[in-house]
Design a protein around this ligand. Sequence first.
Ligand SMILES: Cc1cc2nc3c(=O)[nH]c(=O)nc-3n(C[C@H](O)[C@H](O)[C@H](O)COP(=O)(O)OP(=O)(O)OC[C@H]3O[C@@H](n4cnc5c(N)ncnc54)[C@H](O)[C@@H]3O)c2cc1C
Length: 591
Amino acid sequence: MQYQAPINDIKFMLFDVLGVEKLAEFEKYQDASPDIITAVIEEAGKLAAEVLQPVNRIGDEQGCSYDPRDHVVTTPEGFKAAYAQFVAGGWASLDAPVAFGGQGLPHTLKFIVDEMVCSTNLSLGMYAGLTHGAISALYAHGSESLKATYLANLVSGQWTGTMCLTEPQCGTDLGLIRTRATPRDDGSYSIEGTKIWITGGEHDLVDNIVHLVLAKLPGAPDSTKGISLFVVPKVLPDSGERNPVYCGGLEHKMGIKGSATCVMNFEQARGWMVGEPNDGMRAMFTMMNEARLMVGMQGLGVAEMAFQESLGFAQERLQGRALGGAKNPDGPADPIIVHPDVRRMLMHQKVLNEGMRALALFTGYQLDLSVAHPDAQVRQEGDDLVQLLTPVVKAFLTDEGFNNANVGLQVLGGAGFTTDWPLEQLVRDGRIPRIYEGTNGIQAMDLVGRKLGLKGGQLIARLFTTVSDFLADTPEAPHHAELAAALQRLQDATAWIASKGLADPEEAGAAASPYLRLTALTVIAYLWSRMASVAQRQLDEGVGNALLLQGKVVSASYYFEKLLPESVSLLADIKSGKQSVMALQENQWQV
Ligand SMILES: Cc1cc2nc3c(=O)[nH]c(=O)nc-3n(C[C@H](O)[C@H](O)[C@H](O)COP(=O)(O)OP(=O)(O)OC[C@H]3O[C@@H](n4cnc5c(N)ncnc54)[C@H](O)[C@@H]3O)c2cc1C
């Protein structure tokens, strides 16, 4: 089935709920008029359906190949041409800095395009996705000379970027890094070591690949405090010489087979430091925070495609009769969409997907306010919410994106399990976003262990105020009482973690994942109430797309009746504490 970008849903959220047309009032985004935003979204939808989707299946079937004789990686048939079209259309540079050839459009638009790219070709999207993070890290922390050397070609997509953190002995715990950087006389560094699982480490889409590499200087502290960041190009831009950084092989994996996941050997390759010595983690976090939001969109993208496929199937597949009497009396059976259990699966996907999209766009909008609003207070509020919600977007959208792909597969019955349908690929591709860019467990630890305590609790307080202000200002909002109760549960959970977790960090660790989920369900409840409130108002006024608006009102009811009640059990889970998680002794796991 050809992908249909969810343009109407996106526009409803952008313009009717969030009011992103305000962005054009700020100097930074003066070009982002509603017409431009709409045109970008519509064109992105076409690109996804017409250029990226057609090579998605072949990417899965062929995967990337590696030739050990010259360390060359070849991407699947059609990837090179599709990437060239992506770059030629300016899609790689949408929100990149104008000073280096980018279009400087709002980040919210980038979120939207990311979703569409990932619905139609997650693997291909990875090459540009990682590049974007490299641009941000260099832009924020690189010297003027590094920026001048690398940024324009990265922004245009003529070169791609990578993020080289992981090594065989260190994934989550980057303090264990062994890659070394030895100073040379000319101010550059000699980089030596092996990185594994490097996305886009080697490929044939572009002529040069710019690696951002974490390494340790001689005598650096033996922890994350001793890590520095280096830029290591495949081809040296000044001389055109090949730098000795080679792909040593490709990973064979369950999904995203068109994305080259490489072992990278740095054999005294030349590199240049980005930022200050031993301050590499800070620079890398610029890249990772951005990448985490992008990975969240991967989850949503996969879920949206799975929904479209399963909806189309459910409307066509004839099995059984509707419980309330035949709906297709002239046919041999009714389409399966008449069955309450199938509808439950479809509603689950639709309502969660729209809720997750609302969460992503809300976060994207806060990001734009944090960089563009003239009032420092508003910028600060936006930044606080983005910091708080980044791990939530990454983890919840990838957990539920994967789960929704699975629900979609279930709608197809046996057909979903076969390779005749794209659901099994979506499920396989949709599994990895829960793991990379920091596993979802680590996102929960980031939320509870870092973000809750930051600035004396200011970030979470900002979220509470946002929701309680809405409740106070909109007493007529649909599901007002349920939202107020959900907010109270999140506040209870936060207070519990603040008191217990401070005294015993294991209590906070055991509560982290359910707490992240509770936060996500509560913010999405707030956004569903906002969406339903706008929809009801427009329906009462007789404006807008009535079918969409009525759907929003029903979907909000589904969310509050069927999905939000999980927040009750999550609070109980959190408050039950660590005891049953931690009590087993080493000799009791298997007896
Ligand atoms: C397809 C693919 C692409 C990738 N691309 C890149 C890339 O481009 N660049 C790059 O540098 N890396 C990349 N990675 C690596 C990826 O980021 C890591 O796999 C990930 O960060 C987890 O590290 P790990 O696999 O070593 O797991 P481990 O760190 O060994 O963790 C194993 C499990 O233990 C848990 N755990 C570990 N420590 C803690 C803790 N302190 N508290 C609670 N739980 C903990 C984890 O959540 C996880 O469930 C990629 C991986 C894959 C599979």
